[in-house]
Design a protein around this ligand. Structure first.
Ligand SMILES: Cc1cc2nc3c(=O)[nH]c(=O)nc-3n(C[C@H](O)[C@H](O)[C@H](O)COP(=O)(O)O)c2cc1C
Length: 164
């Protein structure tokens, strides 16, 4: 059983979740950023992680999923600045299912990740009230994902691996 954990992470928050998942896996395993992955040949299970950016799955991740995941066992993990359960989340995250055409999606995990200070500063200067409100939420994301969230990610990893 060979498992890959691959991720996109601009400011390190999704990488923390990737490392937590990776640490929990048994058997042969690899941890790589998405840009280091050429294809998914030889992996029995692939965890794909990314941050939600601009209310959507990042385009580079959609391209990766549609190019590589057909007939593959995959599991998704995501970080976002809003708290878990925020009502719009499903409309932001749902596009990974459309991108991963033909994949066997075993499950998905999402948790809050810290919004980087330069982004908070930029959002607070925005004329768009929605963006400004988003920036005001920034300080409440400090320190995320915390240990309890990382623990949930580890439990997710175990649950997914048990399915393969
Ligand atoms: C350009 C940009 C856009 C973002 N858009 C959203 C968003 O639409 N919704 C959200 O909840 N978080 C948004 N975030 C916050 C990130 O998803 C969150 O901070 C994530 O944990 C960052 O992960 P990373 O450090 O792995 O890149 C955005 C962050 C950036 C930098």
């Amino acid at each position: 059983m060979k498992t890959l954990v691959t991720y996109l992470s601009q400011t390190g928050q999704t990488k923390k979740v990737a490392e937590a998942i990776y640490g929990e896996l048994t058997g042969e395993k690899e941890l790589k950023s998405i840009s280091e992955v050429k294809n998914l040949e030889g992996y029995d299970l692939v965890f794909v992680g990314f941050p939600i950016l601009q209310f959507d799955v990042p385009p580079v991740v959609k391209t990766f999923l549609s190019a590589n995941t057909k007939d593959k066992n995959i599991a998704i993990f995501m970080t976002h600045a809003v708290p878990e359960g925020f009502e719009a989340i499903h409309s932001w995250t749902g596009s990974y299912e459309k991108a991963a055409v033909g994949a066997n999606i075993l499950g998905a995990f999402d948790c809050q990740g810290e919004l980087a200070q330069p982004i908070i500063d930029m959002l607070l200067k925005s004329d768009d009230p929605q963006m400004k409100a988003f920036g005001e939420m920034g300080p409440s994301t400090k320190g995320q994902p915390d240990q309890s969230r990382l623990q949930k990610a580890k439990e997710f990893a175990k649950k997914i691996q048990a399915k393969v």
